[in-house]
Design a protein around this ligand. Structure first.
Ligand code: GLN
Length: 549
């Protein structure tokens, strides 16, 4: 039978519950246990797919096509195992199921209520991943902050599960904040006491308290938190700010979080944690031998979370190349023909981000033209790939006003067009081409050099595609489709053989990059950026150049 760990959060949001949950999962996995994580979010959207990235950051997509919270990305990057449709549940999804059942008459005339019907559905979903007996431990992160009205039914469901299960089968880890008041030069425990009290009022008592803090907690403070919050002193865990999220599992190991958990769940005979690969990655991350600057061009760059998986993929690929990747955010709306050379002059590589709608697309096209003409390594993802196709159509093929019908319906050259299966779709939620699809890769191409295989699978989230009516024109002029969907012929990868590194992909490779398996396009992109930087430095420094000769 699976055992369950629930992770709640108190005091404020953004404490990094997802990272703590993922770090705990990593440590338990490193000790030989089979672990998975899921997230329950209290908002009413059925999934985050319809949310503007400014609201909730990036929308992560699973292999089986679920549009999910970005924390699932952390779970996958830490554990190196895929999540699925069942791994992210919202209040909206719970209510949708209950209301559909009510319409079918499944409640046999009963009044449908938050307790027991909504809480029963929450509990059913919390236990779902345990049904197929694949996991020893299932960690459930509860989104939101304890005390919020909207998270009450979730906390109540946890209370009921705790009551139903044996003591050793279930536990609660509560993450709180210990603020440091610089005027008083003191760490304050009161907000933590209050949040534990709130949680207790709702019937749930935490077994472990993880304290986010900017300053180390001394023993006295830990004792105080333990006493006031009614947990044992060794169950008070310090989670001090780390320079990288990937340091957190090691910090939690030092603090003994995994051991406390194993004790509470009566799991004996566990192995010593096997973290060799993880530590090797951290070592490379901490001591890079070179540095590159990559321009990330998108329209949501003010918000770090909007491109979370891309930024993390750069961390993985950078470590693999023993290279520090500095990401320079460039707002696509600020780029034009007059300033593009100056804006991109410091870059060793250009990544044009995914996106929707017409805002900022001309800036993206302008930047891509610069990269194509100046041998600057280019990597386009989804909308970024579509913009590369438009740029090539306009400036190489001479297709004046070529565009995507997403932006200009009446364009004379619809080189990017709505997919046939999308033409009848009117609803917005969950209706894109979502999840993993196979892609066949042509030999003797950059894509083949990168993937080293002819058949791959990557995740998608889009409605528009390359218009195959123009394929012959593109190929003749030097932009080739090096990857296609084997069933439909949909162009998945385009590249320019005459350029040192120019690749655009219709899918989202960033969604599959993990610490232990960095995504290969990112790895090769950084390699190309390193080569570009070396060449540029050699030109700047003729002495170096003569040495090179
Ligand atoms: N808006 C484009 C489409 O739907 C690109 C989507 C994306 O970048 N994820 O095809």
């Amino acid at each position: 039978m699976s055992k369950y760990i629930f992770v709640t959060g108190g005091v404020t949001s953004s404490l990094g519950k997802g990272i703590i949950a993922a770090s705990l999962a990593k440590l338990l996995q490193a000790r030989g246990l089979k672990v998975t994580i899921q997230k329950f979010d209290p908002y009413i959207n059925v999934d985050p797919g319809t949310l503007n990235p400014y609201e909730h950051g990036e929308c992560f997509v699973t292999d089986d096509g679920a549009e999910t919270d970005l924390d699932l990305g952390h779970y996958e990057r830490f554990l190196n195992t895929p999540t699925s449709q069942s791994s992210n549940v919202t209040t909206g999804r719970i209510y949708q199921t209950v209301i559909n059942k009510e319409r079918e008459g499944a409640y046999l005339g009963k009044t449908v209520q938050v307790i027991p019907h909504i809480t029963d559905e929450i509990k059913r979903r919390m236990l779902l991943l345990g049904k197929d007996k694949k996991y020893d431990i299932i960690i459930t992160e509860l989104g939101g902050t304890v005390g919020d009205i909207e998270s009450l039914p979730f906390v109540e469901a946890v209370r009921q599960l705790q009551w139903e299960m044996a003591e050793e089968d279930c536990m609660v880890v509560h993450l709180t904040l210990i603020p440091y008041l610089s005027a008083a030069k003191e760490l304050k425990t009161k907000p933590t006491q209050h949040s534990v009290r709130l949680l207790s009022q709702e019937g749930v008592h935490p077994d472990v308290i993880v304290c986010r803090t900017e300053q180390p907690l001394n023993n006295d403070l830990k004792q105080k938190i333990a006493l006031f919050c009614n947990v044992k002193p060794d169950a008070v865990i310090e989670a001090i700010d780390a320079s990288s999220i990937y340091e957190v599992p090691l910090k939690m190991l030092q603090e003994g979080l995994d051991v406390i958990v194993l004790k509470k769940l009566h799991i004996n005979g566990y192995a010593a944690p096997e973290l060799t690969k993880w530590k090797a990655f951290l070592e490379k991350l901490k001591y890079p031998k070179s540095k590159v600057t990559i321009g990330l061009i998108g329209k949501y760059i003010e918000l770090q979370d909007a491109y979370k998986s891309i930024l993390e993929s750069f961390v993985h690929a950078g470590a693999m190349n023993e290279c520090k990747v500095e990401v320079l955010d460039v707002h696509s709306e600020t780029i034009n023909v007059d300033n593009v050379a100056e804006k991109l002059s410091k870059l060793d590589g250009l990544l044009v981000a995914p996106g929707f709608g017409s805002r900022g697309v001309e800036g993206k096209i302008c930047a891509i033209k610069y990269a194509r003409e100046n041998e600057l390594p280019f990597f386009g993802i989804c909308l970024g790939m579509q913009m590369a196709v438009i740029e090539f159509a306009r400036n190489v093929l001479g297709f004046e006003h070529a565009h995507s019908t997403e932006m200009v319906k009446e364009t004379p050259y619809p080189v990017i067009d709505l997919m046939d299966e999308q033409k009848e779709v009117t609803a917005k939620g969950g209706t894109m081409r979502l999840g993993a699809y196979p892609c066949d890769i042509k030999k003797d191409t950059l894509a083949y050099t990168i993937y080293k295989q002819t058949s791959i699978s990557e995740r998608h989230r889009h409605r528009w595609e390359f218009n195959n009516k123009y394929l012959a024109d593109f190929e003749k002029a030097g932009m080739i489709p090096s990857g296609k969907n084997p069933a439909t012929g949909l162009v998945e990868i385009v590249e320019l053989p005459d350029h040192p590194f120019f690749i655009g992909v219709q899918y989202h490779p960033e969604l599959k990059s993990t610490v232990e398996n960095p995504q290969p396009i990112f790895v090769h992109f950084i390699k190309a950026a390193k080569a570009f930087a070396e060449k540029r430095n050699a030109i700047k420094n003729p002495l170096l150049q003569s040495e090179m000769i």
